[in-house]
Ligand binder design. Structure first.
Ligand SMILES: [Zn+2]
Length: 64
């Protein structure tokens, strides 16, 4: 799997359930690719932050 494909699947995974093949391919790629596992950690944190803001309806004080 290419990094481009892995990062796309990782963000897809936040919105939909991956197929078994996609999930395994992604896990394998993340296991050997530090860049993509770092990216996945980042988007998961970003997603949690976004959800929290949506849930509490708070405005972002760091908004540019
Ligand atoms: Zn990668």
């Amino acid at each position: 799997m290419m990094c481009e494909n892995a990062t796309k699947l990782a963000s897809d995974e936040l919105d939909r359930r991956l197929s078994f093949g996609e999930s395994v391919g992604l896990r394998l790629h993340l296991f050997k690719c530090g860049a993509c596992s770092g990216f996945v950690r980042h988007i998961k944190v970003m997603r949690q932050v976004t959800r929290r803001y949506v849930a509490t309806d708070a405005s972002d004080p760091n908004e540019s």
